[in-house]
Write a protein that binds this ligand. Sequence first.
Ligand SMILES: [Zn+2]
Ligand SMILES: [Zn+2]
Length: 149
Amino acid sequence: MKNLAVDTVQECLAEAERRCLRRGARLTDLRRSIFEILLTARKPVKAYDIIEYMRDRGQRLTPASIYRTLEFLLEHGLAHRVNALNAYVPCTGPHEEQALLLFVCSECRETTEIDDSVLYDAVRSRLDGLGISLRDGCIEIQGTCRNCM
Ligand SMILES: [Zn+2]
Ligand SMILES: [Zn+2]
């Protein structure tokens, strides 16, 4: 994840607020804080990193409440789980909710959404033919990014 500029983070938070409203959900303070952590982190974030980060800010949270909050962010398309890293990233792109192509660099862990529905559909339909269904509709590709080559 790129480190987003402050105004971009504010814009993403405002957009998340609107998105939740449209869906009849509420971006509570906790949900907002955790989403903000994902937005400002340089790398995919693990649940335990969030617990530590919040503890440093004087808020003690249980793993259960962190996971519940992350579930909320996933459910409303604000974040994605990176299965290869057991970590979370904010959603950065427009894509169908259940059609996600993620590239994960095995060296630096930078995780990027690949905006290519043709590639996604091709892989998915070939997998369908083989009787393989995708977890959360997500295809994760691991490799080495340009910076780590
Ligand atoms: Zn996304
Ligand atoms: Zn890399």
